[in-house]
Design a protein around this ligand. Structure first.
Ligand code: VGL
Ligand code: ZN
Length: 217
């Protein structure tokens, strides 16, 4: 539960990668990924007056694609900025499945941040590429517009939503994850558990609050 009700002037909803490429039938399908669309549309029609979205937007031959390295999807490789999970080819610029979902209500989405367009580096977070240093510009936009609290939703909970929430908290925003407006990938970890458990622990440790959409009015 947020400590105070939504303030439509200074709270913003961040809609992460709500693209068919991450939904059943898409290249990197997240189970029930399409179920987030009506939940997010309710948030966009109700409590929030302002929203931004991100869009995974990779060129062909992107460094995060397994085929680029002649490897299998979900293997990891070391790239110049650190360890990278290799994914099926997804979110390819200009394809229908890389568009924002056709049923997503975009009336209150004022900014769309594309990410992952540099061929040599992946970008999970809405704020920084995976070197954790190259900014997308979102922080400047949010600051200039006066947004203080960030409510994040979308796909995938344990990757792009989690990395965005972590950076938001690190940048000093009061950060929330709207859990029923997200779905995750859940890769198994060698130490046991999945990337879903690990993401939740990491975020809660940083002061990120998990809320349900019904708590937001
Ligand atoms: C994502 C893996 C690769 C995401 C994007 O949106 O969470 N995950 N690219
Ligand atoms: Zn991607």
């Amino acid at each position: 539960m947020p400590d105070r009700p939504i303030d439509p002037a200074t709270d913003i909803l961040g809609v992460i990668d709500v693209q068919p490429t991450f939904m059943p039938g898409g290249a990197l399908a997240v189970a029930e990924g399409d179920a987030v669309v009506p939940v997010i549309n309710r948030l966009l029609a109700g409590p929030f007056r302002h929203a931004f979205a991100t869009q995974d937007w990779h060129p062909p031959g992107h460094a995060s694609f397994a085929v680029t390295h002649g490897r299998q999807a979900y293997e990891t490789v070391g790239l110049h900025y650190g360890e990278q999970v290799l994914w099926p080819e997804h979110g390819v610029q200009g394809t229908a499945e890389a568009a924002l979902h056709p049923r997503l209500d975009q009336a209150r989405i004022e900014l769309v941040v594309r990410k992952g367009f540099h061929r040599e580096i992946d970008s999970y977070s809405a704020f920084f590429e995976n070197d954790r240093a190259t900014p997308t510009g979102l922080h400047g936009w949010l600051r200039e517009r006066g947004f203080r609290r960030l409510f994040l939703c979308g796909l995938a909970t344990d990757y792009c939503v989690a990395f965005s929430a972590e950076d938001a908290a690190r940048l000093g925003y009061e950060t929330f994850v709207v859990e029923d407006a997200c779905r995750g990938i859940g890769l198994p970890l060698p130490e046991g558990g999945t990337t879903m458990d690990a993401a939740r622990r990491r975020l809660e440790g940083m002061g990120v609050t998990f809320v349900a959409s019904g708590e937001l009015g």
